[in-house]
Design a protein around this ligand. Structure first.
Ligand code: PMP
Length: 399
């Protein structure tokens, strides 16, 4: 009997498993649409020019690598607040926001979840149905019971908004509601501004705890447009959480740059909340790493680099939009009879294509086109070279 003899094999991550299968596929035409990353038109992961420039600047004045403060680089946290709330906004000016640097958006969610478990141990968590797979696991691991609110409506190819509102209105006071601020993963369907107003009113009326996951700010309609939902929650006078990820918007996946911001009722409350967030960080990994945070802080706080970033981000956003439009046109041209125009209405990196599991399996095995069994495809992995083949393949399985 060894210490580990009773350890069970954990189930494989379905998306990583798909990648392994893709790598082993010998089909020369294979296309991986199962990923959650943005590729450029050459199918390459971009290294943004603004990131290169910031790194050059950092290399020219190299710094020793001491420990960072527990809550990260102050200039980084300030830049995050500026991006999320607006540098001149009342909450930032009034120091009502507690922000900490985190290990990606995942890290921001986890710090928030651990803190919430301390202050609201018996609260339930509601996530969208469906949601990013890690939401459920992360909040469950933090000790919460996780349930869902209605979101995707397959028949209507859109959002079951009445179902969503009903779930929010029936939730017990103090329930934590995880909301995708923009570019819903996996469906690609976002709420309209008018629907957001109703969600904000419901979370306020029912005294729920909104937790906005902002993993794609700038990938939807624009930095300010995607951030507008934050302004709605601020205006409603609620306290809430926002996790930020720069993985996609800076193409810095492996640097693990993200943040958690908590909007509090007063500056004094924010300083108490910050002290508790620091304990969560301190007891998990002590303090964050230096490089990625420094890169992002340099870009966001240097006007010329920031302008360059906004341009590069707009380029990624526009390319995704072009691929959506091209997908709709080319699917039609390839002979797909059903109306696929909903793909151009969706936003962000992903599309719920409406394809069934059987069709996704056929796409993979017969054509080497890899998407998730749920029908989710990554539009940001399409390009001018692979899109025709993808559309012809889809046409053959859809019939
Ligand atoms: N939330 C959502 C909705 C996501 O899609 C992702 C990443 N795919 C994350 C959070 C996590 O981001 P990060 O890689 O920065 O941890």
């Amino acid at each position: 009997m060894s210490l580990f003899s009773a350890v069970e094999m954990a189930p494989r991550d379905p998306i990583l498993g798909l990648n392994e299968q893709f790598n082993a596929d010998t089909n020369p035409k294979k296309v991986n649409l199962g990923v959650g990353v943005y590729y450029d038109d050459n199918g390459k992961l971009p290294l943004l020019e603004c990131v290169r420039a910031a790194e050059k600047q950092m290399m020219e004045a190299p710094k020793a690598r001491g420990y960072l403060p527990i809550d990260g680089i102050a200039a980084y946290d300030a830049a995050v607040q500026g991006l999320v709330f607006g540098a001149d906004s009342e909450p930032v000016k009034g120091k009502r926001v507690a922000t900490v640097q985190a290990l990606g958006g995942t890290g921001g969610l986890k710090i928030g979840a651990d803190f919430l478990k301390r202050i609201s141990p018996s609260a339930k968590v509601l996530i969208s149905d469906p949601s990013w797979e890690n939401h459920r696991a992360l909040f469950t691991n933090a000790g919460f019971t996780v349930e869902t609110y209605a979101y995707y409506d397959a028949a209507r190819r859109g959002i079951n908004f009445d179902g969503m509102l009903t779930a929010l209105n029936q939730a017990a006071e103090g329930t934590i509601v995880v909301l995708h601020a923009c570019c819903h993963n996996p469906t690609g369907y976002d709420l309209t501004p008018a629907q957001w107003d109703q969600v904000v009113a419901a979370t306020k009326a029912k005294k729920l705890v909104p937790f906005l996951d902002m993993a794609y700010q700038g990938f939807g309609s624009g930095i300010a447009e995607d951030g507008a939902v934050i302004g709605k929650f601020v205006a409603s006078g609620q306290d809430f959480f926002v996790s930020t990820s720069f993985s996609k918007s800076f193409s810095l996946y492996g640097e693990r740059v993200g943040a958690l911001s908590v909007l509090c009722a007063s500056a004094e409350e924010a300083s108490r909340v910050l002290s508790q967030l620091k304990i969560v960080i301190r007891t998990n990994y002590s303090n964050p790493p230096t490089h990625g945070g420094q890169v992002v802080a340099t870009v966001l706080n240097t006007p010329a680099l920031r302008a360059q970033w906004e341009e590069e981000l707009a380029g990624m956003r526009q390319r995704i939009k072009q691929m959506r439009v091209a997908l709709v046109e080319k699917l039609k041209a390839a002979g797909v009879k059903q109306d696929m125009s909903f793909i151009a209405q969706q936003v962000g990196m992903f599309s719920y294509s409406g394809l069934s599991k059987d069709q996704m399996v056929r796409l993979r095995s017969e054509f080497g086109v890899y998407g998730v069994d749920s029908g989710r495809i990554c539009v940001a992995a399409l390009n001018s070279k692979n899109i025709d083949y993808v559309c012809e393949s889809i046409a053959k399985v859809v019939g």
